[in-house]
Design a protein around this ligand. Sequence first.
Ligand SMILES: [Fe+2]
Length: 203
Amino acid sequence: MTSMSTASTPAFGLGDYVRAIEAVLARRPANPIIIREVSLATKRLVADDRWLEERFRQGSPDCYTRHLLHRDAQNRFVVLALVWQPGQMTPIHDHSCWGVMGMIQNSLEEVCFDRLDDGTRPDFAELQQSRVTDVSGGSVAYLLPPFEEIHRIGNTSERPTISLHVYGRDLDEVNVFDQVTGKVSPMRIKYYSPVCGEQPFVI
Ligand SMILES: [Fe+2]
């Protein structure tokens, strides 16, 4: 959302956002409290997106694009901007950490899944779709392990989407789920992609 003001510096920018998250994590609160407070900061950050540079708004026709915006020096969290062309979508995946997603531009559809098996087989999961949410405007979505963290997100609209993501670990590998066969596969991911690489990027 672009303000009518000619001022180029928003009241709450990426640096403010990072410092707000650092302040929350310094208190070492439980994950639900992290989610609540980071969600509030995320809504504030995406309300005025002038802080996001043009180079982090570039997408790709091949797959959604991940731009690393900040990586905590202590590896407690990472902040990314993702650019989605119409139709671009993740596979079903998990995170094994807390996370918050907000919308900088347009919207994303999030499909969440419950795990019905007991998790004792590392390569198998029985999933059941639980809810479908359209995340748009000032709304945010969150990940809260162990029960609320398996999902698929994608741009089901006709316009490009830019989303803001923060994750509670230095995310380099996630699990990908095949809902039909139940197979669980670890997938290594990369931090950012001006041009997408050989394997899908997962958020
Ligand atoms: Fe995700």
